[in-house]
Write a protein that binds this ligand. Sequence first.
Ligand SMILES: Cc1ncc(COP(=O)(O)O)c(C=O)c1O
Length: 449
Amino acid sequence: MKTSTRLRGPIINTELPGPRSREIKEISEQYEPNASSEQVPIVWKHAEGVWATDMDDNTFLDFTSGVLVANAGHSHPRLVRAMQEQAERAVNTYDFLNEWRPQLAKKLVDITPPNLSRAIVLSTGAETIETAMKIARLYTGKHEIVAFHGAFHGRTFGAMSVNGKRSSPGIKGFGPFMPGVVFAPFPYPYRSILCRGNEDECSERCFEYFKWIIETESEKDIAAVLVETYQGAAGSIIAPKDWLQMIAQWCKENGAVLIIDEVQASFGRTGKLFGFEHYDIEPNLLCLGKGISSTVPVSAVVGEEDIMSVLTPGSVSSTHGGNAFSSRVALENINIILEENLSENAARIGAILDARFREMQSKYPSIGDVRGLGLVFGIEFVKDPETREPAPELTQAVINEAFKRGLVMIAPIGFYGNAIRVAPPLVITEEEALLGADILEEAIAAAVG
Ligand SMILES: Cc1ncc(COP(=O)(O)O)c(C=O)c1O
């Protein structure tokens, strides 16, 4: 495995943001609506491996992977070469065949369980959710979708309709949404009123509630259950194995399509190629995105023969989906992830970081909960470990202090905006990961005062 040899850091040469970054920020403020999430003020100029340099040549360690995209590291030389070569050959081919799209589909089928035999290549994660719900409805002839509290599936209307946390700015005010969605609880032992104090029974209680909601709140016309293996946006809440197995079994027994949204959890992120591999379950439809290419927008729905066979010409396609450029890059990226054993690296470095974060938790009472799987963590900050009252201001302060010291993290996540997300590129070395953890600890110490 290769990481950067050219860039080393962190190196902070200027105030943040520096003068050149401020110039770009001013253009943004003048010409863009204030719609993006509020992130620390880095203006990316160059990124390589796990290192990012801003417009003023300050160098930061990246604990974001973009937003869990750059699994193979930023600007992996093989991806750069694939992009350069393909840019000179053909880029957009619409639904006409190109040499790469079917090869990518074959690869996706080859690396997923044998029950999945066909793949549709698209552009964004939300598009895979829309597509999977359409297919499930067509296949079952039913209309309801069961989704979960805290879920995040994207920002288009269908995807918004199945997102939990209805008060978030990405949802509130945009409705009404698609009817026929039934929400059920996702096990969240640290906070759920179904589970707190009864953590050992969390799975059983949530599953019982799921069945009760279906009994009482649905028309019993369920096309699909749509679930993430871990809820990233809710604060990296990891589904318990027994609960997800019960959900999968329920789908089998009730003829509902099990759609697993692994737009975020796939391609090595959790220490296995796919998140569902931790659960001994098989999706009927699998939604993939983000780390599928580590770079350009690519996504895919991989599904079972029977289910995919309901599609007819013209029923699913998109302008950019499966173009020659993005398909080639995704194929090369998957080969890199497999050949460089990046899932294994994620598991190994993830275990090291997990131990380090738990050590921090024992030192700082403000760290309420640490959740991790492979190289994705949610670290939840609280005002008081007993009451677990969320501490969103402290969380933002930790992120700001880390940034000043050259560590980039995504803005606070979670139901209460009190969790930080740690998700570096999977090429990270032990030395780099521990350096990032040291910076994070310094930032926590500075923020708690
Ligand atoms: C689990 C999950 N599903 C779907 C999406 C939507 O993906 P996109 O932003 O590419 O539409 C995301 C994006 O963060 C996600 O995390």
